[in-house]
Write a protein that binds this ligand. Structure first.
Ligand SMILES: [Zn+2]
Length: 481
């Protein structure tokens, strides 16, 4: 019995990621893709799979391509000083292999020293480096790969570090404010250009970028505070995360290899707002970007590693809801035409367009039916008495701001808290579709990791976020290099 237990404990220990890493020592891969679905947990991708099938009247959950990768692991995300992490601390772990304190960008927990990042090491080893995101390029996740900053909200300082990074390609989102929050600082876009980058912000210039374009910073033609539009809100004028990934491959492909980090940043934003349709469209756009890397992998399977993961789960999302029990109606989410944010803007416009600033409840409900689908009986989105009371209450708070009857206040805070009308509407839609959320923040549950390529087995099993760059490092370079 003792022998058996000893063997068992030994075999469990032998599965440990650190032990597995010991088998590798550089030159296993040449091209590395790290995809980070910000806030993307198991439910976010499962809901996307369910949605894609439901709209085709299919009961089979067909896997997103990365969910079929040969290596599948579960990754812990906790920060140095909190179980529930934030994007800065988790970005630091993914970029440097070190846990740090909340809001810190690639520095130690007391912010007295800098941790080198995997992207900087790649650059130092003659690889080309690309950083792509759908949110602003100075946001925590992309920043963790090129900047070292005590506070994630120092966007201008972070942007300044981008201009001096010498990385080869920045794609997707732009600077939050290129002249700083007060608009009085030297323009970061000019600094980027002065440092030898081609700054591209039109679709035709983007399409025209060729392999030998040199250092490039390419942003979507439409930006909101530096971020690309949500996938659900995009139109023909926009470039997708997949477009930026495809272009990155074209620009970075070279003899010495490349490291590319691609973030689907708005999955997290939609999950914070408990906007199920926004989440699903964000995951689909992210998955399309991964597919570009898979095309490249298929041409260079012996030299390419693709890792797809997340920095933390957001929303405490689940496939299933109390009211819908064992049923789900994901096709109902198709009736939502814009994200929570854009729907909020539409409601603000109603107020602006009204001569006296007054907007009737019926008018708000018309707009809600048009953009969120609530009220469309034939699509299963008829509204019951409780839905109407919740919507009416949110309307009162947002459009009337009058004293509410106590009982209604109690009901609303029990169910929805002090939410805006737009949040209440997407919440009701999610519940009718059979999606639920337990939080408007991040959660501490482990997130999935998928990997394909040489050394992908290092990402199997239970790993920690700090293992990601450590694993990539041993696959790229001999230990100690
Ligand atoms: Zn995040």
């Amino acid at each position: 019995m003792t022998v058996f237990l000893l063997l068992l404990s030994f075999s469990v220990k032998a599965q440990n990621t650190e032990d597995k890493r010991g088998k590798y020592s550089g030159n296993h891969v040449k091209y590395v893709f790290l995809f980070v679905g910000d806030g993307m947990g198991v439910a976010h991708s499962a809901a996307t799979e369910a949605y894609r099938s439901a709209i085709n009247n299919d009961k089979v959950m067909h896997p997103l391509s990365f969910n079929e990768f040969p290596s599948q692991g579960l990754m812990t995300t906790y920060a140095k000083d909190r179980f529930i992490t934030g994007s800065a601390a988790s970005g630091t772990a993914l970029a440097t292999g070190h846990k740090t304190s909340i809001n810190t960008i690639s520095m130690n927990e007391d912010r007295s020293s800098e941790y080198p990042t995997i992207a900087e090491k790649a650059k130092a080893n003659n690889m080309k480096v690309g950083i792509i995101t759908s949110v602003s390029i100075d946001h925590a996740t992309p920043a963790a790969f090129y900047a070292h900053e005590p506070k994630r909200h120092n966007y201008y300082n972070i942007g300044r570090q981008l201009t001096g990074s010498n990385f080869d390609y920045f794609g997707g989102g732009g600077f939050k404010s290129s002249k700083g929050p007060e608009g009085d600082k030297p323009d970061l876009i000019k600094m980027v250009e002065d440092n030898g980058y081609k700054y591209v912000d039109s679709k035709s210039d983007f399409r025209g970028l060729e392999k030998n374009a040199g250092k490039v910073m390419a942003v979507n033609p439409r930006l909101d505070n530096g971020a690309m539009p949500y996938a659900l809100d995009m139109n023909r004028k926009d470039l997708s995360l997949a477009d930026f990934t495809e272009k990155g491959i074209e620009l970075l492909d070279n003899e010495d290899g490349f490291f590319m980090m691609v973030e689907g940043g708005k999955i997290d934003w939609s999950a914070h707002g408990n906007d199920a349709a926004g989440v699903i469209h964000g995951v689909m756009a992210f998955s399309d970007a991964v597919d570009e890397a898979i095309d490249f992998y298929e041409r260079h399977p012996e030299e390419t590693l693709i890792v797809v993961t997340s920095d933390h789960e957001t929303g405490g999302m689940a496939v299933g809801a109390k009211k819908t029990e064992y049923s789900s109606y994901y096709e109902r989410l198709q009736q939502q035409k814009v994200t929570l944010d854009v729907f909020g803007d539409k409601l603000d416009e109603l107020v602006k367009d009204s001569p006296d600033g007054e907007v009737a409840f019926d008018r708000v409900m018309q707009i809600t039916e048009k953009y969120i689908g609530l009220g469309k009986e034939r699509h299963g989105l008829g509204l019951n008495k409780c839905d109407m009371r919740l919507l009416q209450h949110a309307y009162e708070i947002q459009f009337k701001d009058k004293e509410k009857p106590e009982e209604m206040d109690a009901m609303a805070s029990a169910y929805i808290g002090k939410q805006s009308f737009a949040q209440t509407a997407v919440d009701i839609l999610a519940k009718k579709a059979g999606v639920s959320f337990t939080s408007n923040s991040h959660t501490g549950i482990p997130v999935p990791v998928s990997a394909i390529g040489p050394g992908a087995e290092l990402f199997d099993g239970r790993i920690d976020n700090t293992d990601i760059p450590k694993n990539i490092e041993v696959l790229l370079w001999p230990i100690g290099k």
